[in-house]
Design a protein around this ligand. Sequence first.
Ligand SMILES: C[S@@+](CC[C@H](N)C(=O)[O-])C[C@H]1O[C@@H](n2cnc3c(N)ncnc32)[C@H](O)[C@@H]1O
Length: 255
Amino acid sequence: MVDVPDHVLRNRALWNVRAQEYAAAGERAWAQSTPAWGIWQVPESEVSLLPKDLNGKRTIELGCGTAYVSSWLARRGARAIGIDNSLAQLATARRLQLEHSLYFPLIHGDAEMMPCADATFDFAISEYGACLWADPQRWVAEAARLLRPGGQLVFLTNSFLLTLCEPAEDGLAAMARLLRPAFGMNRIEWPGDQGVEFHLSHGDLIRLLRRSGFEIEDLVEIRPAAGASSRYRHVTLEWARQWPCEEVWKVRKRT
Ligand SMILES: C[S@@+](CC[C@H](N)C(=O)[O-])C[C@H]1O[C@@H](n2cnc3c(N)ncnc32)[C@H](O)[C@@H]1O
């Protein structure tokens, strides 16, 4: 029998509850044909998360939630697959597939241990999915195993700096000062059973990516436009205009 790590079980329970809150955002994102990313909805034209040519490419979305990212990939000709740890999130994804008559495989599973053969995919992506909620020592190794040599991994998550400045109390936005030590940061459990997140320092993440067989191509620190708005409360626009609150890592599996 497979031993499922406690953070995977806890995050599954959390996302089975949160799924309802995320359904409306999933519906909006499925309905939009041009991708926009992260909590500020920065347009694809500014951050270029997707490869220019996806036609016929095999793609995997790690922690796909309602799978709108995979819907954008599939509409661009990719042979998309999404994996997610929450059946409730996947139920929304399946409903939206029906509504849009756009079908691709959705797997219920853990991105740290995927039921796929080695070197299967050309492109892997995660937007606040496995890259935030799964153990980096495990999901990065899995992404490296699943990508073919030369394949690309792109992920968008909270910046390391934001995590240093976020108060533990729910409902409070990031402050303009450091609230926790940077050294040794890895697993973070916010109070009130909000699940288990993972945040590595840039140095630790670079070493992990390189050790796993990736070359780093870019680190994009997202700056929202003046006047941008967000439905999230953990960071204000004033903060995010001064410091990066989200970052996009673009890495490629060594040939
Ligand atoms: C914030 S959603 C990401 C989806 C979408 N991009 C979004 O921003 O709404 C986080 C998703 O990660 C999934 N997740 C958490 N841990 C996971 C794991 N170990 N493997 C696969 N998916 C996981 C959750 O079930 C949840 O659907």
